[in-house]
Ligand binder design. Structure first.
Ligand code: PLP
Length: 379
């Protein structure tokens, strides 16, 4: 029940145990084509998708080095640890950063982005986070996309944890560079980063002057655009790509919209369960359907005890806070291969762990709130 890496469906996992085709064979390239075509459907885009052997952050860094040139002016709109990561990467490459920081637990203020865009005449890019996993908050990508569309800047979105799990429309929302990771909504092991590039972004690839080699989008695009079967410049993570093909099949069998709906239901059930135990949510609006952050800053509950207790006693893996929220919150994920029983079990186990650590909770209160919700929803 962490917000990634997530539990992996057995049907996906077994693909790693099958004999691995050589990556330059027609058989593998057909499988790879299924993957990139499938991801285009899941990301709601006609843009070219590059696949890299890297964690999500590798896809973020690749996006920065392929979109910009030294000294370029960029806006980073951040509301948590992952938004801050865009600033850290941009700083490492010598970009000029105009940063907007929302209070952690709140969403990025779209009006503040609009103001900032007006104040930077040579704006080269705007970077933000779709689902801020560190705080459990969703940002309004559609509205920011409208603003950036009217400029020469490219709009770069970290969709690593949210895309595949929550409604996201790459093309409709004018996202030029979308980064997605394998180990969250896509229900895969860690190790793949996907980057979807618009025409505006592809043009920028041609002029970007930051140094790059392995992560060169120009190299990647050459093997993706105009080719009958897609290919990668270097050895791809063959087993992960075969697993990805299966994960896409599972998602499409359920239907992506149904996956989004299930995510919304699991998230709401979790929030209701947590609140019924007298705990406070970190966010007060713009709730993420991927992860729920529980605010322990009043000191009544020690989040590290909750994390340790759930894992040690029940084998339920959740996560604490990160960055400046370390030691102040715990986070319950409900993304990917998660159903009602998982949420019920997690809330039940949470009650016991809290009670045993001395917190004031009424046993059964959280479970009962989840049950009432599920009952009302029907099956
Ligand atoms: C997990 C995550 C990342 C980082 O991904 P890694 O795979 O650990 O590099 C970046 N952004 C968001 C929003 C995430 O949830």
């Amino acid at each position: 029940m962490a917000a990634g890496p997530v539990e992996i469906p057995p049907a996906v996992l077994v693909n790693a145990a099958l004999p691995q085709p050589h990556h330059r064979t027609k058989g593998f390239r057909l499988a790879f084509k299924d993957v990139v075509d499938g991801l285009q459907r899941l990301f709601f885009t006609k843009n070219t998708i590059l696949t890299m052997a890297a964690s999500g952050t590798g896809g973020m860094e690749a996006s920065v080095i392929n979109m910009f040139s030294p000294g370029d002016e960029v806006i980073v709109a951040s509301c948590g640890a992952f938004g801050q990561r865009w600033a850290d990467i941009s700083k490492a490459y010598g970009l000029t950063i105009h940063q907007i920081d929302a209070e952690w637990g709140k969403a990025v203020d779209v009006n503040a982005v609009a103001e900032k865009i007006k104040s930077v005449p040579n704006l080269a890019g705007v970077m933000t986070t779709f689902n801020e996993t560190s705080t459990g908050v969703e940002n309004d990508i559609k509205s920011i996309g409208e603003l950036v569309k009217a400029t020469n800047a490219v709009f770069i979105v970290d969709g690593i944890s949210g895309v595949g799990a929550m409604p996201f429309k790459t093309d409709e929302w004018n996202v030029d560079v979308l980064v997605v990771g394998s180990q969250k909504g896509l229900m895969l092991p860690p190790g793949l980063a996907f980057v979807a590039l618009s025409e505006k972004a592809k043009k920028r690839v041609e002029t970007s002057k930051l140094p790059k080699f392995y992560f060169s989008f120009a190299k990647g695009l050459k093997l993706m655009v105009g080719e009958e079967l897609p290919d990668t410049p270097f050895t791809p993570a063959v087993s992960l790509i075969l697993q990805c093909r299966e994960a896409i099949k599972l998602i499409e069998k359920e239907g992506i919209e149904n996956v989004w709906k299930r995510g919304a239901r699991m998230a709401e059930a979790t929030r209701l369960g947590v609140k019924a135990l007298g705990l406070k949510l970190l966010a007060s609006a713009n709730f993420s359907n991927v992860v729920t952050a529980v605010d322990c800053q009043d000191g009544a509950v020690d989040p590290s005890k909750v994390v340790k207790g759930l894992l040690g006693r029940f084998g339920i893996s959740i996560i604490g806070g990160q960055g400046k929220l370390k030691g102040k919150i715990f986070r319950l994920g409900h993304v990917g291969y998660v159903d009602e029983l998982d949420v019920l079990a997690t809330i039940a186990a949470l009650e016991l762990v809290l009670k045993e650590s001395g917190a004031q909770v009424k046993l059964g209160a959280g479970v009962s709130a989840v049950q009432e919700f599920l009952l009302k929803q029907g099956n």
